[in-house]
Design a protein around this ligand. Structure first.
Ligand code: ASP
Ligand code: MG
Length: 496
């Protein structure tokens, strides 16, 4: 393919109503114009189900499994109305509206058949994860029809992609997973690339904008599947990598990635850029940015992802991409709460040094990965884990590690100051610790890396810690109250 292509992905809230779908269509039209008039890229669209629809489909699936016919029939009826309501708004021309409704009704008929099929599987006691996934994926299959119709309404030549693009492995069955979650249906790179080329290239070559369903795929064994809850960002980067796109834009309901949670820090600001590593670390320490999985298909190819707001498209958002030059200090502060610090110490100071390997194998045995490793010195090792996992880890440590004293402190939080240039600025770690000291917040433990510093503090202090770290490392708080009669103003009055 010779054209430069870019993927634009719209989440559930972005396509949450007929009106919102019209806004999405305007963004698509704009991208199409930019491609025509400037050096933009040709847009390939990936969409989620309308907000709330996947939840509803999973409720329907649950009722189908338990044989509650009336319940799922009612839910199916309300799902139908929701889409027909949106159809009235997105396609105003009578003929086009009729065609759209016909297509939606056809989808709803197939969905109903899938619901019955699921019911059959359940009554026969068969494995239901794939038939459930088939039901769950209808949200996206319906929304692509609406988005395509809305784009056509604005004169864009657009078409829904009716077949699954992503090819995955056949999933494992894992009864411990929550209902409706397919486990281990992982995208297969080469198969997906071949399939994406087959389905998308002919459209792109004819300058038809493809509107593809996020979240869903097809197993190599031929079953409809999903990439797991909230998997549509991931599906967008899988598709983007498969067609060698130049950028993936994730359109959501926030302006991009901020320096801290704006509900807690009033002057949190938008980050124009972020590296893949910083974004991954931010999400590990609690920021609701991008799921780290989203970066897997594209980070090693250096394809940037732009996070931006559907409802404020004039804002350029945050670009997550390769390493940036000349950065220093922290770029964002985040925290993860409800943690416990586990310390393992040898009772014999002169005995064998610590066995970190054994400690972490035991922690993994309890199904818990350490959130951060804090300190270690031969006969001593400490790390933080999620509070809820602490008891089972401690029990295993007690059981398997004789001659070791295990202690635990609960009610903690990890405050992470993240930034690639953190260690190149010698003052950054000092500023972080000083900021907390000034607020009388004790640092219980800490961990550091080239990407920043993680300070372990009492959970009760976490919000004030976040605020003072943000103030001292990222953005000073400028008082909003202006003293009416400052010397400067008196001088101005005098001049008058
Ligand atoms: N519609 C799917 C879900 O709600 C996928 C997504 O929106 O990311 O899980
Ligand atoms: Mg969703």
């Amino acid at each position: 393919m010779h054209k430069k292509v870019g993927v634009l992905k719209f989440g559930g809230t972005s396509v949450g109503s007929g009106e919102r779908i019209c806004q999405v269509a305007a963004i698509i039209e704009n991208a199409r114009q930019e491609y025509r008039t400037s050096d933009g890229f040709f847009p390939v669209i990936v969409v989620s189900a309308m907000a709330g629809v996947t939840d509803q489909l999973l409720r329907i699936a649950r009722h189908a499994c338990s044989g509650e016919r009336e319940a799922y029939t009612n839910e199916l009826a309300s799902l139908r109305l929701k889409h027909l309501d949106a159809a009235k708004i997105v396609a105003r021309n009578a003929d086009k509206h009729a065609l759209l409704v016909e297509e939606l009704e056809e989808c709803l008929t197939f969905l109903t058949k899938d619901v019955y099929a699921l019911h059959e599987f359940a009554t026969q006691g068969l494995e239901v994860s794939l038939p459930t996934a088939a039901v769950a994926s209808w949200g996206e299959r319906l929304s692509i029809r609406l988005v395509a119709a809305a784009a056509c309404e604005l004169g864009v030549n657009a078409e829904p992609v009716r077949q699954e693009i992503i090819i995955t492995t056949h999933p494992k069955t894992d009864p411990s997973q929550p209902f409706g979650i397919v486990v281990g249906a992982e995208p297969l790179t080469e198969e997906t690339r071949a399939n994406a080329t087959r389905l998308l290239t002919p459209l792109i070559e004819q300058e038809i904008v493809p509107i593809a369903a996020g979240f869903m795929g097809r197993t190599i064994t031929g079953f409809v599947t999903t990439l797991g809850r909230n998997g549509s960002d991931y599906s967008a980067t899988v598709i983007g990598a498969a067609i060698d796109c130049v950028e993936v834009s994730i359109y959501t309901d926030v302006d991009g990635v901020l320096t801290a949670d704006p509900r807690l820090v009033a002057n949190a600001r938008l980050l124009p850029q972020l590296t893949y590593e910083e974004a991954a670390r931010l999400s590990w320490f609690g920021a609701k940015v991008l799921h780290p999985r989203t970066l897997i298909p594209i980070a090693h190819r250096n394809i940037p992802v732009r996070v931006r707001n559907t409802f404020r498209p004039h804002i350029r958002g945050t670009v997550v991409g390769p390493v940036l030059q000349g950065q220093s200090g922290a770029c964002a502060i985040t925290f993860r709460r409800k943690l416990a610090l586990i310390t393992v110490e040898s009772t014999d100071m002169f005995g064998a040094p610590e066995n970190a390997g054994q400690v972490f194998v035991l922690a993994a045995g309890a199904g818990a990965a350490p959130v951060a490793i804090c300190s270690s010195s031969g006969h001593h090792l400490s790390f933080v884990v999620e509070e809820q996992a602490a008891d089972s880890i401690i029990a295993l440590l007690h059981h398997d590690m004789e001659n070791w004293k295990v202690s635990c402190r609960r009610g903690l939080a990890a405050c992470a100051c993240i930034g690639s240039g953190f260690t190149s600025d010698p003052m950054s770690p000092a500023r972080a610790v000083t900021a907390l000291a000034r607020e009388h917040i004790p640092v219980i433990s800490q961990g550091a890396s080239e990407q920043g510093i993680t300070l372990i503090i009492a959970d009760a202090n976490s919000e004030s810690a976040l605020r003072c770290l943000h103030r001292d490392l990222i953005a000073p708080v400028i008082p909003l109250v202006r003293h009416a009669h400052s010397a400067h103003e008196r001088r101005k009055e005098h001049v008058r």
